[in-house]
Design a protein around this ligand. Structure first.
Ligand code: SF4
Length: 455
């Protein structure tokens, strides 16, 4: 963020007055004095957090709607009101947005006759391959501004003002408009056509796979989501990308990203702190908060924590299937877990993580967002990733030395949360499975003995 702000100031040349201040309020005060204007002359885009929105309203500046999303907050409010008592389902929101914005539509029908190509977009990693074999992505080149940011961060750490986690690796994400356009073009040309089929798969030696790497510039406001949507549609129009990839990407950007943004406001400021439907009370252990993947034996968790330590990023499936799933199974406290996700990912903001972590990953809102907990054992991880080959554990085993901590953890989770889940008809089958397990006590005992130690 520092790099992006400083690059923006440089790109704007004399049109920018760049102010460094300890607080937003102080910065605006300095700006008003330097420019000889009143607070009421200042126009700001509505900020993206509750605290900042409150502040700009107190300051008496003019507030314009937030930018950087396909649908407006007004659109969402109208859509939510039109639902009455019906659930605010992503799929319905996404379809309404496609219609309203006329994206991938043939009249009133979805292009290709279907709204969703999930069946084509659930491929496992290709067998026997270590990577998808796609060209190396385009990477930004660091400059004197990045060097200055690194020096300032080191100084702040040295002075005890901040504490950082993670490795100081090269900057991998776009922080200028020009870089954002490069990344978009590189994605559309070289990775888009594989994005759809492999969007849910994970490969240990291919951290990018066919993902766009656009969340950082999009969340920084450097790339409008509609621009990215138009670029992928153009590629499809030219016959260079399949509809399943194009629809899959648009679903992520116009569907999921807009949806979690609007839910952040719709669900209220206390959504994160009030939600703990599964009574999850475990404090996050230090090996987890400090991203010490090298202390973890479980290959999937070790690799994912290491990826986040190295780059501050992992794509959405390791976030959900490995990190979120582990936090869910272990009963990590939801507000603390949300705060952690917000702290360690480079594309994270409170609005990004609230619904993603509390609702989707942890089911802490008791089903407002998801119809059932996204809990999975090793068999599912084995199907969608190539981590299990070479892991010290076996995904199919739940007890003993080789018992997979995710598999044992899955059953222990179901056993622990049965009282809260038994009324959910989508959980009836897994709960019946729990009753059939002859070695359940042994599996639970293994989980209990490990406690919060790294698996
Ligand atoms: Fe992860 Fe279990 Fe597979 Fe090991 S066996 S990689 S712990 S799912």
């Amino acid at each position: 963020m520092w790099s992006a702000m400083r690059h923006c100031a440089r790109d704007l040349e004399e049109r920018a007055v760049y102010i460094r201040a300890d607080t937003y309020r102080e910065g605006l005060g300095q700006a008003a004095r330097r420019l000889g204007i009143e607070a009421s002359d200042i126009v700001v885009s509505d900020p993206t957090s509750y605290a900042a929105r409150r502040l700009v309203r107190q300051l008496g500046v003019q507030v314009e709607p937030s930018r950087g999303f396909v649908t407006s907050e007004r659109d969402f409010a109208d859509w939510a009101a039109s639902r009455g008592r019906k659930r605010l389902l992503l799929e319905d929101f996404y379809r309404a947005a496609r219609r309203r914005c006329d994206v991938l539509m043939d009249g009133d029908e979805p292009t290709g006759g279907r709204w969703n190509f999930d069946a084509e977009n659930r491929l496992s990693p290709p067998k026997g391959e270590r990577t998808l074999g796609l060209p190396e992505p385009w990477w930004p080149t660091e400059d004197d501004i990045d060097e200055e940011v690194r020096a300032d961060l080191s100084a702040a750490v040295g002075a005890g003002e901040i504490r950082l986690v993670g490795a100081a690796g090269p900057r991998r994400f776009a922080v200028t408009r020009a870089e954002a356009l490069h990344v978009l073009e590189d994605f559309v040309r070289h990775r888009l056509s594989d994005f759809g089929p492999y969007e849910d798969a994970v490969m240990r030696d291919d951290w990018v796979m066919a993902h766009s790497l656009l969340s950082v510039p999009m969340n920084l406001g450097l790339l409008d989501p509609m621009e990215a949507i138009e670029a992928v549609i153009e590629q499809w129009d030219g016959g260079d990308a399949g509809l399943s990839s194009v629809e899959g990407f648009i679903r992520q950007v116009m569907g999921w990203r807009d949806y979690v943004w609007h839910l952040y406001w719709h669900l209220g400021e206390d959504y994160v702190t009030r939600s703990n439907a599964l009574d999850a009370r475990t404090a996050l252990p230090e090996w987890w908060t400090d991203l010490r993947g090298d202390e973890v034996t479980a290959s999937c968790l070790s690799s994912t924590l290491t990826d986040v330590r190295e780059r501050g990023w992992a794509h959405h499936i390791p976030r959900l299937m490995i990190l979120g799933n582990w936090a869910l199974q272990q009963g990590y406290e939801p507000a603390e877990t949300t705060e952690w996700f917000t702290r360690v990912f480079v594309d994270a903001y409170p609005w990004v993580m609230a619904a993603n972590v509390v609702g989707m990953a942890l089911y802490a809102d008791g089903g407002t967002m998801a119809t059932k907990p996204y809990a999975a054992g090793g068999a599912y991880i084995n199907r969608m990733t190539n981590y299990c080959k070479g892991c010290a554990y076996r995904p199919t085993e739940r007890t003993g030395e080789r018992g997979c901590p995710f598999t044992a953890g899955y059953w222990a989770f179901l056993d622990r949360t049965r009282p809260q889940l038994q009324g959910n008809h989508r959980m009836a089958q897994p709960l019946r499975g729990l009753d059939r397990l002859a070695d359940l006590d042994e599996a639970i005992d293994g989980v209990r003995r490990r406690g919060t130690d790294p698996p």
